[in-house]
Design a protein around this ligand. Structure first.
Ligand SMILES: NC(=O)c1ccc[n+]([C@@H]2O[C@H](COP(=O)([O-])OP(=O)(O)OC[C@H]3O[C@@H](n4cnc5c(N)ncnc54)[C@H](O)[C@@H]3O)[C@@H](O)[C@H]2O)c1
Ligand SMILES: [Fe+2]
Length: 384
């Protein structure tokens, strides 16, 4: 007997302007007052106001917590939870990218289970379902609105680890690409590469199965079809829609099939230097896949044949795996995410520490090859 489990949000909404239809879904659920979890930029861009308008039109009250940092912290979660309790909110609306959703998931888990973020690090550690979460997504990258995962940095220990908890799945995911039109080029590129890395890492994951592989392929197709255009022409509605679908498919894939070594290392870069998650992933993708060829050459070759079907006749797995890695590198170079780590303020003297912390990261469990600390340092050096 083989059993694969698949988790996803109960209700997902898509389409340009679909936020306008959220009120009907909220009314059915009988909510009274929302805690909006978001960041300053989302408020300044007027995106939070659009969500508030929907709540007002539906007769639902709200309080706003707008202090989420990129790479959200334990302190962010505590502050949000305090406000939620003081305001008597009965559900959470996260508005933004992965940082807002992850912070909201942690608040939701603590609201119903009590305790500290620390108590839930690991897999399925909570007993009760989080307070209901509605995730209004404004980036096309993390897939956090459809996964069980959330990532909270511990600023004291300078670590950033993922938590996987079925109780953290959101009730409603809103992927309205009209809210993504304002994403600047750099963030479009970095978050789009995050989606690609999710799909690629899931495709070669030890924990993947046919459903997650097919979702990964569909996500990779969408990224290659739309990411260049989304970066070149940020006002392109079809490219934004393509990337909104890409990141969702990739989220469903890795949320069930796992991620790998790119994330294990990039989480540490995010925690130590507060760097954009997608950018770290983009930089690490080619060298980590070169490292992974040892254990996943055939899978990477499948991706090479998928991406360059007219160029594979009679070619070996080794050659086609290299083709896949070349395609990743070309895309990253075209959209400006192929930058040296040194240019981001990463210090060589931290490499051993980064490697040690990466070895303890849960994401590594699904990587096809288990690296040594020296091998992780080698990867970092190769892109410095
Ligand atoms: N839970 C998961 O499954 C999962 C998966 C991958 C990454 N993550 C986490 O998600 C976080 C990264 O999330 P992210 O990449 O979505 O970025 P983010 O949420 O950190 O946002 C980055 C910046 O983009 C701005 N922004 C967001 N939407 C915008 C828009 N439409 N227009 C203009 N600016 C906008 C934000 O204000 C912020 O300043 C990291 O902490 C990462 O570890 C979580
Ligand atoms: Fe990611």
């Amino acid at each position: 007997m083989t059993t694969y489990k698949y988790f996803g949000p109960v209700c997902s909404m898509f389409g340009y302007g679909c936020l306008g239809g959220l009120g009907d879904e909220l009314r059915i659920r009988g909510y009274k007052k929302a805690l909006i979890v978001t960041d300053r930029a989302i408020v300044e861009l007027g995106i939070a106001a659009k969500v508030i308008e929907v709540l007002d039109n539906t007769g639902i009250g709200h309080a706003v917590f707008a202090d989420v940092k990129p790479n959200p912290t334990v302190a962010n979660v505590k502050a949000g939870l305090t406000l939620l309790r003081a305001e008597g909110c009965d559900f959470i609306v996260t508005v933004g990218g992965g940082s807002s959703h992850d912070c909201g998931k942690a608040i939701g888990i603590l609201a119903t289970n009590g305790g500290e973020v620390e108590d839930y690090r690991g897999v399925d550690k909570s007993k009760k379902k989080a307070l209901d979460i509605v995730a209004v997504n404004t980036t096309a990258g993390t897939g956090s609105e459809c996964t069980r995962a959330y990532v909270i940095s511990d600023e004291e220990k300078r670590t950033k680890t993922g938590i996987r908890d079925r109780n953290a799945l959101v009730a409603i995911a809103v992927n309205d690409h009209s809210l993504m039109m304002s994403l600047p080029r750099g963030l479009t590129a970095a978050t789009g590469m995050d989606a690609l890395v999710h799909a690629v890492e899931c495709y070669i994951s030890k924990n993947g199965f046919l459903l997650t592989s097919q979702l990964s392929l569909a996500a990779i197709r969408c990224v290659f079809d739309w990411l260049r255009e989304a970066v070149r022409t940020p006002s392109s509605e079809r490219a934004r829609e393509g990337m909104a679908v890409a990141e969702y498919l990739a989220g469903l894939a890795f949320g069930n099939g796992g991620i790998g070594m790119v994330h294990a290392v990039s989480h540490q870069l995010g925690a130590l230097y507060d760097l954009p998650h997608g950018l770290c992933n983009a930089i690490l993708l080619p060298p980590v896949m070169e490292f992974n060829k040892r254990g996943a050459e055939a899978k990477l070759a499948e991706l090479g044949r998928f991406l360059r079907p007219l160029d594979c006749e009679g070619k070996s797995d080794s050659i086609m795996a290299d083709v896949a890695i070349e395609e990743f590198r070309n895309l990253s170079s075209d959209i400006g995410t192929l930058v040296p780590l040194g240019s981001l303020g990463v210090r060589r003297e931290d490499f051993d520490l980064i490697a040690q912390k990466a070895l303890a990261d849960m994401s590594l469990l699904n990587n096809p090859v288990q690296p040594t600390a020296d091998e992780i340092v080698g990867v970092l050096q190769s892109v410095y």
